[in-house]
Structure formats: structure tokens, C-alpha cells
Design a protein around this ligand. Structure first.
Ligand SMILES: NC(=O)c1ccc[n+]([C@@H]2O[C@H](COP(=O)([O-])OP(=O)(O)OC[C@H]3O[C@@H](n4cnc5c(N)ncnc54)[C@H](OP(=O)(O)O)[C@@H]3O)[C@@H](O)[C@H]2O)c1
Length: 324
């Protein structure tokens, strides 16, 4: 049985007093005993807010829930309890935008989100996607036929225990299915109330224009980071129209690293990953990064990027990192 707190031995109290004293100088004194409170790192709200679809405000630093599954984004994670704990930590860190997909696992990511967080905090926005099938680990195949998208949406609703999916994204453009047919299915799901807003993923500017002729589009999710900028034209289109742009691989899938990033990070007492995320937040105010991780430590580090304040000189140097 654990010892009640009031019965801590004297040496433990002395040690505790020494530990807290390290943080004390920044806090006001009230009487002879220092008031002690750890200064929390910045939470996701420090990244500012973005309103998705005109009515869903979210903090501008979200979470990508692809990495909480097994290897190859396949099956159950090795540490299931750890994945649940990580998802619950999001709430403490004020992360209120989670990106997932039916194909992550498949099904596993959505199931874990529901298990960890349902009933959901009222401000939590879950974005999921349909349109990719999974023949096996690491393998992805498009299937954006309307009837399949509708079935996938129904299954996501059940797994996520939702009446309506806040943001339902077409995961890809399927070369075998006219975009108008795939987006048409999402428009019908929206009319039926199963989907609140529709988003696109892996789409170009012309896809966006064609989709917008069928249904209002709230967001586009494409690969984009400080070093991978193929989608700059899509980001610009989102910026002009006030749509959210959700960069996937914001950390280049964990490979982010360049001398400039490390130098700027060290000047700010930050990490290269935090600088890469801080750049995205400053580069565009419609950017909603969704760094993915299976580690609570990395999650905390990534969310604390909301507090990194890059200078104009930093931005100029980072702008020069573009490889495309
Ligand atoms: N729409 C699409 O087609 C599409 C495609 C890919 C991804 N996505 C979405 O985008 C999200 C983000 O992409 P992603 O997760 O693939 O890539 P990412 O965010 O660029 O990087 C994630 C990788 O970086 C590592 N990492 C995370 N934080 C780190 C840190 N602070 N320091 C060092 N390493 C760190 C992670 O490993 P640890 O687990 O060890 O932290 C993981 O391997 C996904 O979760 C998913 O929701 C969408």
C-alpha cells in the first residue's frame, strides 16, 4: 500500500522543496513560503485559431492519427495502452483537431480515437477520410466509387460513434472515377447530415475548382513542409479563398533536418521539428499542421512549437530551404 502524502519522511520533503525551488524565482512570493507552480509549456491554443467551414473553430496545431497503428500503418499498435494515453494527452494539450482515415490500420486509428476520447470534448473536431483501400502493410490503392465512399462513411460513423462527421475528406483523386462522381457522393452525405463539411486530399488547384462546383469545400490536405513545397499553388488557392490547408508530412515523415533548422532551433532553445512546425504556422495563417507521432514525448514537443516565435530573418532563411 502507498504511504499517505502526510506521512512523507522529512528527507523526502526537503528533496521536494529543493526540486521546486529551481522553478521558484519567476514566481511571486507570498509570505515566507514560495508559491510553487511549474510553468506549463505552450498548449495548442498558442498557435491561434482557424475556423473550418465557417463554423468549426480549431486551434491551429492539430494531430495526425496515422502513426498510432501498427508497422506499415497496419493492424494494432504494439503498445495499445500507450496509444490510448497519447490520444487522451491531446485534450490536456488543447489539441482539438484530429486527422484520421478509415484506411489507417485499416479501422484501427478510428477505433482507438473513439475508445480513448468518446464521449468527445465539445470542441473536438475529428476529420476522417475515405477513398483508399489497404491490400496490406504499407500498400494503398484508390477506390473512390460513390457507392463505396458512402459505405465507408457509414462505417466511419459507427467506429467513431458520431452522428455526423465534422470533416469528411476525399482521401485521393481516383483516376478510374470521375472526380465529380466521388465528390457528388460526399455532397449527398452532407445533404443527408452524415457529414458536416467536405474536404479534399491529394488534390490540385483544378480538382479544387471542379469540386467546388458540386459542394462547398472546407479544406485541402496535401503533402507540404518547409522542405517539400509542391503544393504551394494549392496553399495559395486556399489562402485566397479562406479555406484550411492541412499539410501532411509536416515533418517530412520524421526526416526533417537541415543545418539551418538546427541553427535556428538552437538560437530559440527549440528543436528542429518545432522550427519546421513554427515555419508552417507563420508561412500561412490557413495552414493547420497535423504532425503525427506514436510518442507522448514527441507529441508534447510538437505542440510546444505553438510557442516558437520565429523572426523575419529566420523566416527568410527557412524560405530558402525549399527543394521544389
Ligand atoms: N492525406 C494523405 O494522403 C496523408 C498522407 C500521409 C499522412 N497524412 C496525415 O498527416 C499526418 C502527419 O503525417 P505523418 O505522421 O505521416 O508524418 P510527419 O508528421 O511528417 O512525421 C511523423 C514521423 O516523425 C516522427 N516524429 C514526430 N514528431 C517528432 C519529433 N518531435 N522529433 C522527431 N521525430 C518526430 C514520428 O515518429 P515517432 O512516432 O517516433 O514520434 C513519425 O515517424 C498523419 O498522421 C496523417 O494523419 C495524410
Amino acid at each position: 500500500m502507498g504511504r499517505p502524502i502526510g506521512m512523507l519522511p522529512a528527507h523526502a520533503l526537503t528533496l521536494a522543496a529543493c526540486l521546486v525551488a529551481v522553478h521558484e524565482p519567476t514566481l511571486p512570493r507570498t509570505g515566507s513560503i514560495a508559491r510553487v507552480a511549474a510553468i506549463p509549456p505552450p498548449a495548442a491554443s498558442a498557435a491561434g485559431e482557424l475556423t473550418l467551414g465557417g463554423d468549426m473553430p480549431v486551434h491551429r496545431l492539430g494531430f495526425g492519427a496515422m502513426r498510432i497503428t501498427g508497422q506499415g500503418i497496419w493492424g494494432e499498435p504494439e503498445d495499445r495502452d500507450g496509444a490510448i494515453a497519447l490520444l487522451r494527452r491531446l485534450v490536456d494539450l488543447e489539441v482539438n483537431f484530429i486527422d484520421t482515415a478509415d484506411s489507417y490500420g485499416p479501422a484501427v486509428s478510428e477505433e482507438l480515437i473513439a475508445e480513448a476520447l468518446h464521449p468527445y470534448p465539445p470542441d473536438l473536431v475529428i476529420a476522417t477520410k475515405g477513398g483508399l483501400t489497404r491490400p496490406g502493410p504499407g500498400s494503398w490503392q484508390p477506390d473512390c466509387r460513390p457507392e463505396r465512399l458512402k459505405r465507408c462513411c457509414d462505417e466511419s460513423l459507427l467506429r467513431l460513434k458520431l452522428d455526423a462527421i465534422p470533416l469528411y475528406q476525399l482521401h485521393t483523386v481516383d483516376a478510374k472515377v470521375p472526380l465529380e462522381e466521388s465528390v457528388g457522393a460526399l455532397a449527398e452525405l452532407r445533404d443527408e447530415g452524415k457529414v458536416r463539411h467536405v474536404g479534399l486530399s491529394n488534390a490540385g488547384v483544378e480538382h479544387l475548382r471542379r469540386a467546388q462546383e458540386i459542394v462547398p469545400i472546407a479544406s485541402v490536405q496535401n503533402r507540404y513542409s518547409v522542405t517539400a513545397r509542391d503544393s504551394e499553388d494549392v496553399l495559395n488557392a486556399c489562402q485566397e479563398q479562406g479555406l484550411a490547408f492541412i499539410p501532411w508530412f509536416p515533418l517530412d515523415a520524421g526526416r526533417i533536418g537541415a543545418d539551418v533548422l538546427a541553427e535556428i532551433a538552437s538560437a530559440h532553445g527549440a528543436t528542429p521539428a518545432q522550427v519546421a512546425l513554427g515555419w508552417l504556422l507563420r508561412h500561412s495563417d490557413v495552414a493547420l499542421p497535423i504532425p503525427g507521432t506514436s510518442s507522448i514525448e514527441h507529441l508534447e514537443e510538437n505542440v510546444a512549437a505553438a510557442g516558437v516565435r520565429l523572426t523575419d530573418d529566420d523566416l527568410e532563411r527557412l524560405d530558402g530551404l525549399a527543394t521544389n
